[in-house]
Ligand binder design. Structure first.
Ligand SMILES: Cc1cc2nc3c(=O)[nH]c(=O)nc-3n(C[C@H](O)[C@H](O)[C@H](O)COP(=O)(O)OP(=O)(O)OC[C@H]3O[C@@H](n4cnc5c(N)ncnc54)[C@H](O)[C@@H]3O)c2cc1C
Length: 422
């Protein structure tokens, strides 16, 4: 069920879906092929805020571990990725109902059922409910016994993608953002494909941003912000001015302290994706982890022998996923600091390039869940600790909070981020 009123999503910029999620498509060769058709493969270079390049154009694979052997990293247009997933659902006969807003979640342990109450008052029940309703999800009252609101990170992000032809009408833009010699686009952290002009500009949230694709703002709002940035180049303002009206979104970046429990007391409602764990864009991982969650949950459910075993399956899934996800949330907070200090300073630019560790990109959530299911279940039953191996090797997980992490980072004190993350 979805809150939006139609299947067609035209809005949205682009994102990187990590290899750990893309690998899952191998089970659906047609979707895998479609995925290859809709993705783009830019090079990337880091720039100062003035637009001056401070690294050479490089392959996105250069951000990955050296010996990963990864041939390419997939960048996707969000609307196209969304459409691909919907086409696959249609193919296997699963329908999505739109305009159905979930107001509340419930479960009845006695009858082994759970359900949702929609805004129109209607109730829908099932053996298992997956709460995948994003950052502002309505499942916390059931899961934690109280609302656990996400709070503002203090930042927001202007985000848009529009047809490149519109931007290229301006000769200054056309000259500044040419395709590379081999026809490939170059992402300068104001990202471009050969079909779309796209930018994402992080800025302090003055309280007017919202976490919603419906929160459109006029390009003049962005220009008001860029006017405050020293050295901001005119050509970038031209890209902003070329943005068609009614497309640009001012997106509020929300976060919530890691919450180790994603399952309801009876185990029949389980949170998935941003509903259970908020991600900053600087982790480059929120959507990837949502897909890893989906694969892991499906693998755990496949281990359930009957309806009675479903709560075990959701709890095992939670145990196998929480620490990995929590480390990656912290990674986003670390990179946020890099982004803010980052590409403006110029001097030691390479220090601010974000690198992904092997444990992040070489993980098969299905294989991991199937291999560890029994042992994790025994640990849950006996109360003995379970040791995850899908986290930074040799680094012990320590619970953290956003405020605690930021404070420790500022003071240079040890944090969950210490250790060899590569
Ligand atoms: C600027 C930016 C860049 C990013 N870049 C990357 C990247 O490069 N790589 C990456 O992996 N991640 C990236 N992310 C993170 C990623 O976009 C999110 O983590 C991901 O979209 C989470 O997916 P989700 O399905 O859990 O939630 P969402 O995408 O938020 O989907 C939730 C869905 O639930 C619906 N819904 C909400 N409430 C209700 C309700 N009450 N009833 C019914 N339906 C409801 C919503 O309409 C929506 O369709 C980025 C995020 C931002 C903001």
């Amino acid at each position: 069920m979805g809150r939006t009123t139609s299947a067609e999503t035209k809005q949205g910029d682009s994102f990187t879906i990590g290899p750990t999620a893309i690998d899952a498509l191998k089970k659906w060769p047609e979707m895998r092929q479609r995925n290859d058709e809709i993705t783009f493969n830019p090079k990337i270079c880091y720039c100062k805020i003035t637009g001056e390049r401070i690294t050479e154009p490089m392959e996105l694979t250069e951000l990955m571990p050296k010996d990963s052997g990864m041939k390419r990293v997939y960048r996707h247009s969000r609307p196209k990725f969304h459409k691909m997933l919907l086409e696959q659902l249609n193919k296997v006969g699963l329908s999505v109902e739109y305009g159905k807003e979930v107001a509340d979640y419930f479960e009845d342990v006695g009858s082994n059922r759970a359900g949702v109450v929609l805004k129109d008052g209607s109730k829908h029940e099932a053996d298992l409910i997956v709460a995948a309703d994003g950052v502002r999800g309505a499942s916390w009252s059931l899961i934690a016994g109280r609302p656990v609101s996400a709070k503002s990170s203090g930042d927001a992000i202007f985000r848009v993608a529009y047809p490149i032809a519109i931007a290229l009408k301006d000769p200054v833009i056309a000259e500044r953002f040419p395709l590379l010699e081999d026809g490939r686009p170059l992402a300068e952290l104001w990202v471009g494909t050969d079909e779309e002009m796209s930018f994402a500009i992080q800025h302090p949230d003055t309280g007017t941003a919202e976490e919603s694709w419906g929160h459109r703002v006029h390009p003049d709002e962005v220009l008001k912000y860029t006017a405050t940035v020293e050295g901001w180049p005119e050509v970038a303002n031209r890209v902003i001015k070329a943005t068609p009206p009614d497309l640009l979104v001012d997106w509020k970046l929300m976060w919530r302290d890691p919450q180790p429990t994603w399952t309801s007391p009876g185990g029949r409602v389980v949170q998935l994706g941003d509903a259970g764990h908020t991600f900053l864009p600087s982790s480059g991982n929120g959507a990837t982890q949502a897909i890893e969650d989906a694969v892991s949950l499906a693998a755990c459910i496949s281990m359930a022998r009957s309806n009675e075993d479903i709560p075990d399956a959701t709890r095992v899934h939670n145990l196998l996923r929480f620490e990995r996800v929590s480390f990656l949330q912290a990674f986003g907070i670390k990179n946020r600091a890099k982004h803010s200090s980052g590409t403006n300073s110029g001097g030691d630019a390479k220090r601010n390039v974000v690198h992904f560790g092997k444990w992040m990109v070489e993980h098969d959530p299905e294989e991991y869940a199937l291999r560890n299911y029994q042992q994790a279940l025994e640990c849950l039953r006996s109360g003995l600790p379970f040791k995850n191996s899908n986290t930074p090797p040799g680094v012990e997980y320590r619970p953290w909070t956003i405020d605690g992490l930021l404070e420790a980072q500022e003071k240079g004190e040890p944090t969950v981020l210490d250790g060899d993350w590569d």
